[in-house]
Each structure stands twice: as structure tokens, then as C-alpha cells.
Design a protein around this ligand. Structure first.
Ligand SMILES: NC(=O)c1ccc[n+]([C@@H]2O[C@H](COP(=O)([O-])OP(=O)(O)OC[C@H]3O[C@@H](n4cnc5c(N)ncnc54)[C@H](OP(=O)(O)O)[C@@H]3O)[C@@H](O)[C@H]2O)c1
Length: 267
């Protein structure tokens, strides 16, 4: 056997279909790019068509296997509309990446119930409702040997005890995403669906640019605290997603992996 055969056998996603929510920006775009390179047909959702057009331009010929579906997932109607459109477009779904998310933080006492509910609606309710709505497509794709895969984006903010400047709703939403991952994994492995979560540390995106603009010296201070000495990259998160989605990850379910260069896991 040659070396290249083992990569093909364990990590190829050729012929698979994936949906990446929020897949045109930030971490989602990193994941979409890598899934395309691994051979997937990729459906990408988001509210912004211009972000999808920019990603398509950057991808060049690789974008032929990408389809953008414009939906706002903050309300249940948007999720129903996405599920209905996907149902028309593909008979089965091998990989669902629940990536779309939002962040807010405010001192204790200043968090209002509207912003709490908006954040929870997108970060926690949307992944749950999307799994519910897409179960038939996921079950159609999965087999015992090659289960369908759900990959949820949690956060180290849902693992650490600190509020990080008052990110109460965000931290709670991500801790709940981790718990949702475990519960769904427990219910769905026997239905040929694996469910795992990635809990990123710091990756460059609009979300983290916002933190760095808001807090002087945060970028430098954060870099100094990351044992790996750098922020995460497309290869880091893309490699993890390819592992979780491929033959190599077929026996892994219910895991929550901090992908943080050691920030939380090896300080
Ligand atoms: N970056 C990090 O260091 C980091 C660390 C830990 C966890 N995470 C998690 O990783 C995921 C991606 O984060 P990111 O840093 O890439 O954030 P980002 O740059 O702010 O991207 C968020 C994505 O979610 C989509 N989105 C936002 N609101 C939406 C809505 N109402 N309906 C549909 N889509 C919506 C956005 O697309 P549109 O604006 O076009 O809708 C965008 O694609 C999030 O779940 C985040 O919590 C990120």
C-alpha cells in the first residue's frame, strides 16, 4: 500500500454532501474551503450574499461545488425555510456543521433580556431545530459503518469559569451546545449519526476582530497566553472537521475538543 492510499482511505470526503451554517465568513469559511478541498459538495448558509460572492471569487474553480443558501437562522421560520430548500436540492446530507453564531458581553446588571434571547436563539436554539429538521436527510445518508456527522461549534468560553468581560449569555449558550452535543450523540449513534463538538480558542474572524478592537492590548495579551504562540488557522479547524467527518472519525461520537493551541487545555 502506498502512503497516499491511506490518506484517501481515511480522510477523503469525495462524494459527500455538507451543510455549513455561517459558512461564508470567519471559521465557517475556513471549514467550507477545507471541505471543498476534501471533495465535498458544500451548501453554505448566511444572511449576507456579498460574503458568499467574495468567497466564491476567492475559491475560483473550487467554488463549482459550493451552493449558497441565504437564510437568517435566528428565528424558527428561517430554519424551516432552509430545511425545505435543502430537501428540494439533495436527497441526503452526510455532514452538518452548526457554525453560525453571535457574541455579546456586558457588565453584570447591564445584560438585557432581548440581547440574551437573540443570542440564545442563534447559538443554541438554531442548532437544535436544524438537527430536528434535517434528521431525515442525515438518516438517509448514514450507515453503521459510515454514520452521518453533526459537528457543532462550541467554544472554550463554554468550558472556562470566567465570564470574559460579561459574556454570560455567550458562555452559557456554548456550554449548552456542548451538553446538546452529548445528548444528541447518546440518542443518535444507534440511528447512524455521530455528534461531536469543536470548542475553538482564538481564530481570526469578524467576531474576534470585534474583541480586539474593543479591548486595548487584548490581541497581544491573548497571544502571550496561548502556549502555541499563535491564533488558530484554517488548517487547524479544517483538519479537525475533515477528521470528524471522514472514515477516520467514524467511531468517535459525543466528544468536545478544545482546539485552542493549549490556551485552556495546556496552560
Ligand atoms: N473566532 C473564534 O475565535 C471563535 C472562538 C470560539 C468559538 N467560535 C464559534 O465559531 C463560530 C464561528 O465564529 P466566527 O468567529 O467565525 O464568527 P463570525 O466571523 O462573526 O461569523 C459568524 C457567522 O455566523 C453567521 N450568522 C450570524 N448571524 C446569523 C443569523 N442570524 N442567521 C444566519 N447566520 C448568521 C454569519 O453570516 P452572516 O453575517 O452572513 O449571516 C457568519 O458567517 C461561532 O459559533 C462562534 O461562537 C469562534
Amino acid at each position: 500500500m502506498t502512503v497516499s492510499n491511506v490518506y484517501e482511505e481515511l480522510f477523503s470526503l469525495s462524494g459527500k454532501t455538507a451543510l455549513v451554517t455561517g459558512g461564508a465568513k470567519g471559521i465557517g469559511a475556513m471549514i467550507s474551503r477545507m471541505l471543498l478541498r476534501a471533495g465535498c459538495k458544500v451548501f453554505v448558509t448566511g444572511r449576507s450574499r456579498s460574503a458568499a460572492e467574495q468567497l466564491t471569487t476567492e475559491l475560483g474553480p473550487d467554488a463549482a461545488a459550493l451552493t449558497f443558501l441565504q437564510h437568517d437562522l435566528s428565528q424558527p421560520e428561517g430554519i424551516d425555510a432552509l430545511a425545505a430548500e435543502l430537501d428540494e436540492l439533495c436527497p441526503q446530507l452526510n455532514i452538518l456543521v452548526n457554525n453560525a453564531g453571535t457574541f455579546n458581553a456586558a457588565p453584570l446588571g447591564d445584560t438585557d433580556s432581548t440581547s440574551w434571547n437573540e443570542l440564545m436563539g442563534l447559538n443554541l436554539r438554531a442548532p437544535f431545530l436544524l438537527v430536528q429538521a434535517l434528521l431525515p436527510l442525515l438518516e438517509a445518508a448514514g450507515s453503521n459503518a459510515d454514520p452521518a456527522r453533526i459537528i457543532n461549534l462550541g467554544s472554550i468560553g463554554g468550558l472556562m469559569p470566567q465570564s470574559n468581560g460579561g459574556a454570560y449569555a455567550y458562555g452559557c449558550s456554548k456550554a449548552a451546545v456542548h451538553q446538546l452535543t452529548r445528548m444528541l450523540a447518546s440518542d443518535l449513534r444507534s440511528r447512524n449519526i455521530n455528534v461531536n463538538a469543536i470548542a475553538p480558542g482564538y481564530f481570526p474572524s469578524d467576531m474576534t476582530s470585534g474583541f480586539f478592537e474593543a479591548v486595548p492590548n487584548l490581541r497581544e495579551n491573548m497571544l502571550a497566553q496561548i502556549p502555541a504562540g499563535r491564533f488558530g488557522s484554517a488548517e487547524d479547524v479544517g483538519g479537525m472537521v475533515i477528521f470528524l467527518a471522514s472514515r477516520a472519525g467514524a467511531y468517535l461520537t459525543g466528544s468536545i475538543t478544545a482546539l485552542d493551541g493549549g490556551l485552556l487545555s495546556a496552560p
